[in-house]
Design a protein around this ligand. Structure first.
Ligand code: A2P
Length: 275
């Protein structure tokens, strides 16, 4: 049996996305989210906001050991030494003494180095720089290679996932291996999905917003959504949504919204790469 790498504690059911939240204003927005009750913060080396995340953690007043602070390794640093250096730099930028979860941001298959990056993250975990390690945007074939090469299964796989792109196969794969599926752009980057007629009808039936219906749907599927919201009222609304109970009929109807080309920005990890 391959070794699995569960996080020290079970993860919360929802986290807070921080892409584009930077500087003093970003730090205040993230600290507000922590005070509102979010306990998992998602960041990345490439968001250039790990400093703001660290400042938010310190100013929030929330005990450090209640928080899961996440960052991600950029594609240009998959080589072993560069990957380890990036993890060290991420930790340094936050001003914290460790991070709780560190993910490979994209597999970038053409580089052929994600297994090497994974070996570096295993070492970073052994050194205590990070508590748990995982991946983002990995397809089953990519995860299979990591496990074959190292025997270590990622704790988390963070992928694009929302009602137009529910990732049934990837979710089933992750679940069968004990991998937590996290969702980026869980409300579809607030595009036309928030005006979808079916979702609007369901939302009206429950007396809530479409965003709340979508986040409740994630929870029902066992997916951990990472919505970003600037306004504190939206932060509160999104957090509360996780306790909204959808009916079986709601969930069945939402399944009909899936589209083969449902990705919002055509970012298929088999071919799309980020550095
Ligand atoms: P803002 O940051 O201005 O509050 P996603 O997480 O799917 O990438 O989407 C993030 C976008 O969704 C942001 O533009 C955010 O706006 C918006 N958003 C977050 N929560 C809500 C909500 N409850 N209702 C409407 N829009 C929301």
């Amino acid at each position: 049996m391959p070794e699995t790498t569960p996080t020290a504690d079970p993860l919360p059911r929802i986290g807070f996305g921080t892409a584009a939240l930077k500087g003093r204003h970003g730090a205040e927005t993230i600290a507000e989210a922590l005070r509102t009750g979010y306990r998992l913060i998602d960041s990345a080396f490439n968001y250039e906001n790990e400093g703001a995340v660290g400042a938010a953690v310190r100013s929030s007043g929330v005990p450090r050991d209640e928080l899961i602070v996440t960052s991600k390794l950029p594609g240009r640093h998959h080589a072993h030494a560069a990957a380890l250096e990036s993890v060290e730099e991420s930790v340094y930028r936050t001003g914290l003494d460790h991070l709780d979860l560190y993910l490979i941001h994209w597999p970038n298959p053409s580089q052929e180095r994600y297994v090497e990056a994974w070996e570096a993250l295993i070492e970073a975990r052994e050194r205590g720089l990070v508590r748990a390690i995982g991946v983002s945007n990995f397809l089953p074939e990519h995860i299979d290679r990591l496990v074959e090469a190292t025997g270590v299964t990622p704790a988390v796989n963070q992928v694009e996932l929302h009602p137009y792109f529910p990732q049934d196969e990837q979710r089933a794969y992750d679940a069968s291996r004990g991998i937590v599926t996290e969702a980026w752009s869980p409300i579809g980057r607030a595009n036309e999905m928030l005006r979808d007629p079916l979702l609007t009808r369901i939302a009206e039936g429950h007396g809530v917003s479409v965003a709340e219906v979508i986040l409740a749907w994630h929870a029902r599927l066992g997916v951990l959504p990472l919505p970003k919201a600037t306004a504190s009222e939206r932060q509160r609304q999104n957090l509360a949504a996780i306790d909204l109970e959808l009916t079986d009929a709601d969930v069945e109807a939402i399944a009909s919204l899936a589209r083969p080309d449902g990705r919002t920005h055509d970012q298929d990890p088999a071919v799309y790469e980020e550095f």
